[in-house]
Design a binder for this molecule. Structure first.
Ligand SMILES: [Zn+2]
Length: 288
């Protein structure tokens, strides 16, 4: 269900897959996207399952309203009070607060400076990469005390350059600002290698400790792919600063019991109360 990534001491990170959820076709089964037509209750159940597998609190998880831009928000809490407006990157210094990015072909990018206690997540597809969302995130993290030379990064599964076919003019537009994204597909047609572009952007920003998940979403049935399937689900990348408190089993073993009696019951109430009353922030948004 989960592919974990080591981004340093005190930092948790991972990417979800397709298996292990409750959604039915075409969202089978661990769809975490709330704006793709899937049943809301199923999405919430899937988000609880993913959180349990990762060891994070589902009510302390920040979901963005992603719009393929380059804006970055600093967040200190989940949902209702969490993300101001539509952004494609979030950063936090708050331990125990998980940042999530939804994708199905776009690249999920996770960043951390464990020593500074700063983590960030970005949604970087074609428009976001051209707009520089990842460099913008690095810059925001630097403003919070992070040092690019000390940062670790993970670029998650995404459409590869061999599969991601685009019109020649579109490739030229992106390559004009991110030359490393220029690609030729396996068919010999114009393509884009978004992850190569992001890696080059990270290097230019001074971030050299970069792990790239080699999986191509289009070629991997175990991952959601919008290009391959059209109507489908979204998987997610998560990154968080681990809490100093010992992580006892009751924190994640029984979501309902914990919701009412656990150490974070106040935060859960805020998150879900705001969500249900105010506009479904926790399950509304789509990313590609
Ligand atoms: Zn591919």
């Amino acid at each position: 269900m989960i592919t974990t990534v080591a981004l340093g001491d005190g930092v948790g990170a991972g990417f979800t897959g397709r298996a292990g959820g409750v959604s039915t076709a075409p969202y089978d089964s661990l769809n975490l996207g709330g704006a793709v037509g899937d049943d809301d209750a199923a999405v919430r159940a899937n988000r609880r399952r993913a959180a349990a597998a990762l060891g994070v609190d589902p009510a302390r998880t920040v979901w963005m309203r992603q719009v393929h831009g380059a804006d970055v928000a600093q967040v200190t809490g989940p949902s209702a009070g969490g993300v101001p407006g539509a952004v494609d990157a979030v950063v936090t210094t708050v331990p125990g607060l998980a940042l999530a990015v939804l994708v199905a072909d776009c690249a999920p990018v996770l960043l951390a400076d464990p020593a500074a206690g700063v983590v960030g997540a970005a949604h970087s597809g074609r428009p976001g990469t051209a707009a520089g969302v990842v460099p913008a995130l690095v810059e925001r993290m630097r403003a919070l005390g992070a040092d690019p030379a000390r940062m670790t990064a993970a670029i998650g599964p995404a459409a590869c350059g061999g599969c991601y076919e685009v019109p020649a003019a579109m490739r030229d537009d992106v390559a004009a600002v991110v030359p490393a994204a220029y690609a030729v597909t396996s068919k010999g047609t114009p393509g884009l290698d978004i992850r190569a572009g992001i890696a080059a952007q990270l290097a230019a920003a001074g971030v050299t400790d970069v792990r790239t998940d080699p999986r191509c979403t289009i070629e991997t049935p175990e991952l959601f792919s919008y290009r391959r399937d059209g109507r489908t689900g979204r998987f997610a990348g998560y990154v968080w600063l681990q809490d100093d408190e010992p992580d006892t089993t009751d924190a994640h073993g029984d979501a309902h019991g914990d919701a009412h009696g656990g150490p974070h019951s106040g935060a859960r109430g805020d998150g879900h109360g705001g969500v249900r009353g105010g506009g479904r922030d926790d399950a509304s948004w789509e990313g590609r």
